[in-house]
Design a protein around this ligand. Structure first.
Ligand code: GLY
Length: 593
């Protein structure tokens, strides 16, 4: 490693070095779940064992965001071989799913109705993903990793501010189904911060899994209860809202192990999430569009938070999200023009659309024909505003194995359907598909994200491993629907272009655009979000034609975007550190101190 690279890596790690752990570090958005992972590391488990325990614990203490009723992507980096894999436990559409199922009369169902109906429930993958990761790379038994979660569910835990807030602001989702209301609104009263929550049904379920393994979920009594529960719809939708999952769909569910998508940015290497997530491809496309701008150079008017930097970030996001909307979906169901999207000539043509002095008109997805023979012309697809929940955590163990895991039940509270007698929520992941089929032979739109049997809905989840000179230096990711890609992007730029430490990068305000039409969302208003995007900066963006920021002279950056958890490794000393996001209940536990 040369001197400059070493200096950059040290900058990235510097706050963590002093507290570096010889054993391991867990970074999670919820302290009780972080403690579950730390306990496993302290017992001698590795990062994969700890990650499995954290996910089970999150199912108990952050049930609104992830759990065995959902799916996710776990990045695993193995120190011994240097290999990186993704465990893809994304939910799948059932065999009876059809392209028009969210638009049975030719009109899209309303999201609040569709997403709280059994129709939206994808075949859950999380439990089989955890079991697969543990069997391949873990050292502990499934039952051992379940122990902390079983205690939390059986003995209870104190409701934190974020869970209480999500119950209070639930869009009705904890009120629609009696089993969900009984847990989170006992006697009709929403749980408040500080209340004690015991979940006996969930404890029973986790004990069953500990005793009998995943089969009890995918083939046994829990499978029967899931199939029955997802037949619940919303009366407004009639039979069209009922779920289509059968026992065979659950029995046939399979996890996929995927190699990473490898990209490069200013001499750093990124091991990123491939399809069925758009996370890696869209992140890499934005980075490659931005690489031709000197984002770190304040002398040229760039630098963190300058109008010039924010303008090109917003424009690159718009171009990449236009491509995402048309071209990206489940690659196993339909071949995708992955190489074309990252072809240097294509990217050069795309980047040339970014003008320095004005916001471009709404871009369409690019024509990939010259770069990929299978690709065709495109037409815009109306993108739905995607939900803002999910969760991300990161772990490094004493051997240097790393896990970066983004996991979800889709919307906050998923479908709102708790499996009766078993105490866990079912996802609404199938609403990540196109509601209106996009496939159109006349225009060449492939319908990459149209519903189809067994297909996985397109995700935005983007667990990431950052490497320098071939050595892993950081693993991170974020929740937040489509904004996930931009949260990971902001943090990556802040570290590489703006020389921030990972914790500074996590704290710094973020900017996000998730649609080609280009409405900007940006952060501000919380004291740790420094340096803030000033009103003068926002006015400069307004003058360039950007929208979403409100009136001239006002502060339009008031949002909160994502929740990034990270672990870092010094490739020279092997020292470990962690960084977590104050946007949720940031928790970094260093085991062995
Ligand atoms: N449902 C969130 C995502 O997969 O991106």
């Amino acid at each position: 490693m040369n001197r400059i690279a070493r200096w950059l890596v040290l900058c990235l790690l510097s706050p963590s070095l002093a507290a570096a752990s010889p054993e391991g570090v867990v970074a999670v958005s919820q302290p009780a779940a972080a403690a579950a992972g730390a306990r496993i590391l302290a017992q001698g488990g590795n990062a994969i064992d700890a990650a499995v325990a954290v996910q089970f614990a999150l199912n108990v203490v952050e049930p609104q965001s992830s759990g065995i009723g959902g799916g996710g992507f776990m990045l695993v980096h193995l120190a011994k071989t240097g290999e990186t894999f993704f465990v893809d436990s994304r939910e799948r559409a059932p065999a009876l799913a059809r392209a028009d199922m969210f638009a049975p009369d030719g009109l899209p169902m309303r999201f609040p109705l569709a997403s709280t109906s059994g129709l939206a429930v994808g075949v859950p993958g999380t439990l089989l993903g955890l079991d697969t990761a543990l069997r391949r790379w873990g050292t502990m038994k499934l039952a051992d990793t379940l122990a902390p979660a079983i205690e939390l569910a059986g003995h209870g835990f104190r409701v934190n501010r974020f869970l209480a807030q999500d119950i209070a602001d639930d869009d009705g989702r904890t009120q629609l189904q009696p089993e969900t209301a009984a847990i989170f609104r006992p006697g009709g009263v929403p749980l408040a911060e500080g209340d004690w929550l015991v979940q006996p049904d969930l404890a029973k379920t986790l004990k069953l899994i500990a005793a009998r393994g995943p089969d009890v979920f995918y083939r046994g009594p829990i499978a029967q209860a899931i199939v029955k529960a997802q037949q619940r719809g919303r009366s407004e939708l009639g039979n069209a809202g009922k779920g289509r999952m059968t026992l065979a769909d659950l029995a046939q569910y399979r996890v996929t192990i995927r190699p990473p998508l490898i990209g490069h940015y200013r001499g750093w290497t990124l091991a990123a999430m491939p399809p069925p997530s758009a996370g890696g491809l869209t992140l890499l496309e934005i980075l490659k569009l931005l690489e031709r701008f000197p984002l770190g150079d304040t002398a040229q008017g760039y630098g963190f938070g300058s109008p010039r930097t924010l303008h090109v970030m917003a424009e690159a996001m718009r171009l990449a999200f236009a491509d995402r909307a048309v071209w990206i979906g489940d690659d196993d169901a339909m071949p995708m023009p992955q190489r074309a999207l990252l072809n240097p000539d294509y990217l050069a043509a795309r980047a040339a659309l970014i003008q320095p002095d004005r916001r471009m008109d709404t871009p369409q997805a690019g024509d990939l024909t010259p770069w990929e023979t299978a690709a065709a012309q495109s037409k815009p697809v109306r993108a739905r505003q995607e939900s803002l929940h999910t969760t991300h955590f990161a772990i490094v163990d004493r051997w240097g194995n790393m896990v970066s895991y983004t996991t979800t039940i889709e919307y906050t509270w998923g479908s709102g359907i708790t499996v009766p007698g078993y105490g866990f929520l079912l996802n609404n992941e199938l609403t990540d598909f196109n509601f209106m089929p996009g496939a159109d032979p006349a225009t060449g739109n492939p319908g990459a994200n149209d519903v189809a049997p067994f297909k996985r809905p397109r995700s935005s989840m983007a667990p990431l491993l950052l490497l320098k000179d071939g050595q892993p230096v950081a693993a991170y990711g974020s929740p937040g629907g489509a904004t996930i890609i931009n949260s990971v992007l902001n943090v990556t730029l802040d570290v590489i272009d703006h020389g921030m430490t990972l914790q500074q990068a996590i704290d710094a305000p973020r900017l996000s655009v998730t649609q080609a039409t280009g409405r900007i969302s940006c952060e501000g208003g919380l004291p740790f979000m420094q340096p803030a995007f000033s009103i003068a900066t926002q006015d400069a963006l307004r003058t360039l034609g950007h929208t979403g920021l409100g009136e001239t002279g006002t502060d339009g950056c008031r949002e909160t975007i994502g929740s990034v958890q990270a672990v870092v490794v010094d490739p020279t000393t092997g020292a470990h550190g962690g960084a977590a996001d104050p946007r949720r209940e940031e928790t970094v536990i260093r085991v062995g101190h």
